[in-house]
Design a binder for this molecule. Structure first.
Ligand code: UDP
Length: 192
């Protein structure tokens, strides 16, 4: 479904994960997921670089009822709203069940550490590839290299909307594999 030059995938969360993302992890494919709420869609109109970034994603999902409503208005209704935080919980469960490597990038040091503690407790099968708080210069090659060196299967990037997608777009080439997803404030949600 095309909204303001952005192609949204029209799929349920369940099918998206089961048919596309879990097989991609197993096949060690690289994949960039954007969950776009109305603010993100509007930001692509005002910022051409950000628009290119979002258009470079493999999958853009509708994260917000506003996006779903817009699709209804053009008579091309998106099935379901899919949020970053829901995808994070599903991916953590999958990673725990399948002993996958996960990198946790972003949020404050306190929140980031708390997230690791909660993951160790609630998702014991997750292999923690590494963690890093989100307060650094956006384009820091050394940090990106150190994340890539951990060879994660899943990289959660919680740097805030726009910044996180920019980071993924800029640095994805350094990685051999991995599901990259910007998850906004989801670490803050997970850590309570
Ligand atoms: N964040 C970060 N580095 C920054 C700015 C934000 O790691 O330079 C983190 C912040 O701590 C929070 C998350 O990004 O965990 C989402 O931030 P915010 O709510 O500002 O973003 P948005 O609602 O736009 O996704």
């Amino acid at each position: 479904v095309k909204l303001m030059d952005i192609d949204f995938i029209n799929i349920s969360r369940y099918s998206f994960l089961k048919k596309i993302i879990y097989p991609s992890i197993e096949q060690e494919k690289k994949c960039f997921i954007v969950t776009a709420n109305p603010e993100v869609v509007i930001a692509t109109r005002d910022d051409p670089d950000f628009k290119v970034t979002v258009q470079s994603a493999d999958y853009v999902l509708a994260d917000g009822i506003g996006v779903v409503n817009a699709s209804r208005l053009i008579n091309d209704p998106i099935k379901e709203r899919v949020t970053g935080v829901d995808l994070m919980y599903d991916l953590l469960k999958y990673a725990s069940d399948n002993k996958k490597r996960v990198f946790f990038l972003g949020a404050s040091e306190e929140v980031n550490i708390k997230v690791i503690d909660i993951v160790k407790r609630d998702y014991p099968g997750v292999v923690i590839a590494g963690r890093k708080n989100g307060y650094f210069n956006k384009y820091n090659d050394k940090i990106a290299d150190s994340v890539a060196a951990t060879k994660p299967d899943i990289i959660f990037v919680a740097l805030g909307a726009k910044r996180q997608e920019g980071w993924i777009h800029h640095y994805m080439d350094k990685f051999e594999k991995g599901i990259f997803i910007g998850i906004g404030g989801s670490f803050d949600v997970l850590s309570g």
